[in-house]
Design a binder for this molecule. Structure first.
Ligand code: SF4
Length: 437
């Protein structure tokens, strides 16, 4: 007998213990979480073939989640490096990691990442199909539809919890791209591979034409489909154009088919978007995809921040999340410049968490504002140990404080003898200023 998916179980009124635990972790009523899972505005990515310590909910009014991309490239193939990055990402507070490996022993790296990760793991199987086709058949476009579905099944069988599938790159969407030329054309690797395949063969995208086959695999493993935006704008000049919107309309249709099939899905979004277009993009995407959890890469709000692209992305991410995006994919300082190191991963996660937390405050997520209030009180009391512990990045806060602090001083060295907090407390008669450190 065919197994029932989480959505089908919930439709029958059965609530697995995992859902109750997730609701408690989010500070939500179990019934409220069940409602948003049932209507598809939230998902919980997990693969039935594995267990994990820290599953999470994406969407449905839950805390904004942060993803960290790791993975080898053809130039850096070391598995150990990627496992160090998984640890760095999780320690820095990433809610999920995606293994985007395209070099070295891809299967072994993915197996090791799944085994090492306490949080949900995502992957992009078309990368592996392309690498195999290049190695075994001499070119990426030589892959056939079975090669694509074999890679998808392999990834799901290996335990990944969500997969990016670029089903929205259709022949019609590519017509929109050709009719409306871009500056940066296609910057998504998966989108580029599939566009090249469609144009070379003159056939429809197998992941779109064979979407039912994809749904069957997702059902079998309970893998969440992340409907990728292969036509995401790769520069602000291309933002919000015809090709981006044409693909989004296709993704909206596929969201409906996922829900009908009892398969959890989310939708991926841009990319590069100027600040003044971010909110409209999110609202449009939420409307077209019937409120599906929206997963954005950035969006970067300028193209010229090389070396600081994590900050350009966090600016867009905060606005996007405030406007309704649910899931922020981090960007590291090395974006557009090279494969990130573990330190880049750490910094990317922290900066993206700042954006996510800022949006949590704006959206009234339970507990978000209380954290800031605790910090403010510790700051007013010059309670340094408490401030350092409450910092979103306690490691860096402790290092910076220690490097410049004068022993025995209550104030920090920013204003020293002229500490405003202490000065006002003296005159207001407050006695809650503690000793330094
Ligand atoms: S010295 Fe200045 S920066 Fe430092 S705690 Fe006092 S007011 Fe704040």
């Amino acid at each position: 007998m065919r197994r029932r998916t989480l959505l089908e179980e919930l439709r029958l009124g059965a609530v697995p213990p995992m859902v109750e635990e997730l609701a408690a972790a989010e500070g939500m009523e179990t019934g409220d979480l069940v409602d948003v899972l049932l209507d598809g505005t939230a998902v919980t990515p997990y693969n039935i073939t594995r267990t994990m310590d820290k599953p999470c909910v994406v969407g449905g009014g839950s805390r904004i989640k942060v993803n960290a991309n790791i993975g080898t490239s053809s130039d850096y193939t070391g598995m150990e490096d990627e496992l160090v990055k998984v640890r760095a990402a999780v320690e820095a507070g990433a809610d999920t990691v995606m293994d985007l490996s395209t070099g070295g022993p891809i299967d072994r790296v993915r197996d090791a990442v799944v085994a090492a990760s306490p949080v949900p793991v995502g992957s992009v199987p078309i990368y592996q199909a392309a690498v195999r086709a290049q190695d075994e058949k001499g070119s990426i476009v030589a892959m056939d539809p079975d090669d694509m579905f074999r890679a998808i099944e392999d990834h799901c069988a290996s335990g990944v919890d969500f997969i990016t599938v670029h089903c929205g790159v259709t022949g019609k969407v590519l017509e929109a791209l050709k009719a409306n030329p871009r500056v940066a054309d296609i910057v998504s690797r998966g989108g580029a591979f599939l566009a090249g395949w469609i144009l070379h063969h003159g056939e429809e995208n197998p992941l779109y034409a064979g979407f039912d086959r994809l749904l069957d695999i997702a059902r079998k493993y309970e893998v969440t489909l992340s409907l990728g935006d292969g036509l995401r704008p790769g520069c602000i000049e291309d933002a919000s154009d015809a090709a981006q919107v044409a693909e989004l309309v296709v993704l909206g249709e596929l969201v409906k088919r996922c829900r009908e099939a009892g398969v959890q899905c989310m939708v991926e979004g841009p990319g590069h978007i100027p600040l003044h277009q971010v909110e409209a993009n999110i609202r449009m995407a939420k409307g077209i995809t019937r409120g599906a959890p929206f997963y954005v890469l950035g969006p970067l709000v300028t193209d010229v921040a090389a070396g600081y692209d994590h900050i350009a992305a966090a600016m867009g991410g905060a606005i996007a999340a405030m406007a309704g995006a649910d899931f922020l994919c981090y960007v590291t300082p090395r974006e557009h410049l090279g494969l990130p190191t573990a330190e880049d991963v750490r910094e990317g996660v922290i900066v993206t968490r700042i954006a996510a937390h800022a949006a949590d405050i704006a959206r009234g997520i339970p507990g978000a504002r209380d954290w800031d209030l605790s910090m403010s009180r510790a700051r007013k009391g010059l309670q340094w140990e408490e401030q350092l512990e409450l910092a979103l990045d306690p490691v860096k806060a402790r290092r910076l404080f220690g490097e410049r602090q004068v022993e025995g001083e209550k104030a920090c060295t920013m204003c020293g003898d002229f500490c405003a907090m202490r000065f006002v407390s003296d005159y207001l008669g407050r006695e809650d200023i503690s000793e330094c450190g």
